[in-house]
Design a protein around this ligand. Structure first.
Ligand code: NAD
Length: 235
């Protein structure tokens, strides 16, 4: 196992201690908005201004947040582990990259990128988005949206992710509730393909029974401990 392929799937829990709310946080952004209004193509068609405002707030939160010890530990694993490490995230923030990770597979897109709903062009976007912004490729106005995957849309990079899971020796899910598909189904597939499965979470997820092993606690503590163990106990 020491030099096998580790596939890591992260969710909102890995960024929670950086101050970015998870999906279900009491008092968090998601409890103030209905996801059907702000995270679906239908919601965007109904009220694009509301959707842009919602993501403008999330983009500002993201830019003000700092990576935590869990992000840093995953980056350390990528640097020091002798085998292969694949990092797939459901998070739209850039804290893995700022924590030192490379090759992050963002299956739900990235808040710091824009997507033109007319021509499909994707490009970096750091500030607030407004209804009269124009596409940097086709120049259409009123079609610029955050490059995030909404409910009802196809996540990015799925073929590559399934291939990495098929090749994995250990599948580790960190800080994800196991409630949003297709990511919630990765563990069953990994197990079916013969990988060991590990859940690292604050509390058991909705698909806890499918995992072989569990480490419970805040990610800023459990993830550095797990990584140190994998790398041979060095701090
Ligand atoms: P989720 O909110 O459904 O679940 C978060 C999980 O993290 C829960 O199981 C919770 O117990 C756990 N958790 C909370 N604090 C933790 C901590 N300190 N340490 C370890 N675990 C902790 O999030 P999800 O499973 O990622 O799925 C929800 C969807 O919402 C995803 O599609 C995701 O893209 C999106 N989302 C992203 C962000 C972000 O980019 N930072 C934030 C919120 C939601």
């Amino acid at each position: 196992m020491r030099e096998g392929h580790i596939v890591i799937l992260t969710g909102a829990g890995v960024s929670a201690e950086s101050g970015l709310g998870t999906f279900r946080d009491v008092g968090g952004l998601w409890t103030k908005y209905d996801f059907a209004d702000v995270a679906t193509p239908e919601g965007y068609a109904r009220d694009p201004g509301l959707v842009l405002d919602f993501y403008n707030a999330r983009r500002a939160n993201c830019r003000g947040a700092e990576p935590n010890a869990a992000h840093a530990a995953i980056a350390r694993l990528q640097r020091e582990y002798q085998g292969r490490v694949t990092l797939v995230t459901q998070n739209i923030d850039d804290l893995h990259e700022r924590g030192g990770s490379s090759g992050v597979i963002h299956m739900h897109g990235q808040i710091l990128r824009a997507l033109c709903a007319a021509c499909g062009h994707q490009w970096g976007w750091a500030g607030a988005m407004a209804l009269d912004d124009h596409c940097h490729s086709c120049a259409a106005v009123g079609t610029v949206r955050p490059d995030v995957v909404w409910f009802g849309e196809m996540p990015y990079h799925m073929e590559e992710i399934w291939a990495r899971i098929a090749d994995s020796d250990l599948f580790a899910a960190i800080g994800t509730s196991g409630s949003v598909y297709p990511a919630a189904g990765f563990v069953a597939d990994a197990r079916h393909r013969g990988a060991r499965t590990l859940e690292i979470n604050l509390e058991p997820s909705e698909n806890a029974a499918v995992f072989d092993q569990r480490l419970l606690g805040p990610a800023s503590e459990t993830v550095p401990d797990w990584v140190a163990g994998l790398l041979g106990g060095s701090g």
